[in-house]
Design a protein around this ligand. Structure first.
Ligand SMILES: [Mg+2]
Length: 217
């Protein structure tokens, strides 16, 4: 089936992970236990079904893991992680060639969407990439990638079937496996082709991705 829309991950896909590590270092130094438990819970939470209120569930699990009241941990996670990270991402820059490529895709009528496991709006503003048909965090669906729900929500918001979407991401286990599971085509942003990869395309420079998409039809 013809590709009619492209969905993108953000972190490590639209900008380098080096920025992400740089931006999150201050919180690691100031709140090491909180960050460690947050990371641990984010890994475990992917297996929990069903999820009704994602942020509440996450705070409750971190609170249990640290041994502090949920209300205190929820406030600390919102303030020291989400709010501080959002501010610290001011320095991020997109990979070379993305802005021009997206404009070209837009001019050819492709729909463009963003779906990330973390909040998206400030990052897209800092990246100077704000022209999307939809952009949202998987947290709003109650599930993180690679659960099918955020990918199906992306298709709904783009007004396309999953088979008409190419999902682009740097994480094989979350982006490529998750998108392929719901029937999307996949482009893996990686230094080399992974052994046994199920991705339809692997690339390490954005002009190659745009060439691949535009030559397809
Ligand atoms: Mg990523």
């Amino acid at each position: 089936m013809e590709i009619k829309g492209i969905g993108f991950d953000i972190d490590g896909t639209l900008y380098s992970n080096c920025f992400m590590y740089l931006c999150t270092i201050p919180s690691f130094i100031k709140h090491p236990r909180l960050v460690w438990h947050f990371g641990r819970v984010r890994a475990d939470i992917r297996e929990i079904r069903p999820v009704e209120n994602y942020r509440r569930l996450q705070a409750g699990l971190i609170a249990g893991s640290i041994g502090r009241p949920e209300i205190e941990i929820r406030a600390r996670v919102e303030k020291h992680l989400y709010e501080d990270w959002e501010k610290s991402f001011r320095i991020i820059k997109p990979f070379s060639g993305i802005g021009e490529g997206l404009l070209e895709l837009r001019s050819k009528g492709y729909k463009l969407g963003v779906m990330s496991d973390f909040p998206v709006q400030n990052k897209l503003k800092y990246l100077g990439l704000e022209d999307w048909d939809c952009s949202f965090t998987s947290e709003s669906t109650g599930y993180l990638k690679p659960h099918p729900e955020p990918f199906l929500e992306l298709a709904r918001r783009m007004g396309l079937s999953p088979e008409e979407i190419l999902y682009v991401g740097n994480s094989y286990s979350k982006d490529i496996i998750g998108a392929a599971d719901v029937g999307m085509k996949t482009a893996h942003f990686a230094p080399s082709v992974r052994a046994g990869s199920i991705a339809d395309f692997t690339f390490r420079k954005y002009p190659d991705l745009f060439k691949y998409i535009l030559n397809k039809d």
